[in-house]
Design a protein around this ligand. Structure first.
Ligand SMILES: [Zn+2]
Length: 257
């Protein structure tokens, strides 16, 4: 057990490192496979500066040449992806490799979307549509191809995306972006109606909790002439809520109805 969870963690660290590179390059015209360089001085990085987590610690978060700060995004995303991979390996086991492989791709895509959403407040269309496709065809992986045409499966994505899309429509994009609805489409198809609804409720609670904390903190911070952005991206909360209900099979609707 331990050895395969360790492998999961190391694999997650590497994928997290890849997600970081993608999130800084997507939409900039830079290729994802080109060599990594310091974002401040453009110096090409050597292999020992690219080891996930360890390089950041060894370099104390600074570029070796120009000493400019390296974003905390790097170790944080690597660590989160590592932990997520451990939980995925733990819940899925390794008996069904195709299912495990699919879950890893699915949740990695969601982490990438969340990271990009936090950085830019934009959910990239391509990634959201890919996720919707994964979600729609996910019954295939469980060997239940016919389930794709069950009406409960067909409506789960659109029905869960609908409230978010109406928030977007009625607030004219101020409360929520249309990207959040597109993200929920894939999550809804993947999780199904009741788990999907549970995940969304958790997302709203977590979002409200973090929002209130930020307001309190920013009031305190303003006293010290320190401003903080108050606009919260909602995609990462949807992602976290979905992951919690998926890993722990936490179905709130049992308590509600
Ligand atoms: Zn540098």
């Amino acid at each position: 057990m331990m050895w395969f969870l360790s492998i999961a963690f190391l694999l997650g660290l590497s994928i997290g490192s890849f997600i970081n590179a993608w999130s800084f390059r997507y939409g900039t015209g830079r290729s994802i496979v080109s060599a990594s360089s310091c974002l401040a001085c453009n110096r090409k990085l050597q292999w020992f500066e690219l080891v996930p987590l360890l390089s950041f610690i060894a370099l104390r978060g600074k570029c070796r040449a120009c000493k400019s700060r390296i974003s905390f995004q790097y170790p944080i995303v690597e660590l989160i992806t590592g932990v997520v991979f451990v939980l995925i390996f733990y819940t899925n086991g390794i008996s069904e490799l195709s299912l495990l492989f699919f879950s890893l791709i699915f949740w990695s895509t969601i982490i990438a979307i969340s990271v990009y959403d936090i950085r830019t407040k934009i959910i990239p269309n391509g990634a959201a549509y890919a996720l919707a496709g994964f979600g729609f065809f996910s019954p295939l992986l469980y060997g239940n191809a016919a389930d794709i045409f069950q009406w409960t499966h067909l409506i789960s994505g659109p029905l869960l995306a609908l409230p978010l899309a109406s928030f977007w429509f009625f607030s004219r994009g101020r409360w929520m972006g249309l990207g959040d609805a597109k993200l929920e489409l894939g999550l809804g198809w993947f999780l199904g109606l009741s788990l999907g609804l549970s995940g969304m409720l958790i997302a709203f609670w977590l979002g409200a909790l973090v929002g209130v904390c930020l307001i309190v903190l920013s009031r305190a911070a303003r006293r010290f002439n320190f401003s903080m952005k108050s606009e919260l991206p909602f995609g990462p909360f949807l992602a976290l809520g979905a992951f919690i209900v998926w890993v722990f099979e936490f179905n709130i609707t049992y308590f509600l109805f």
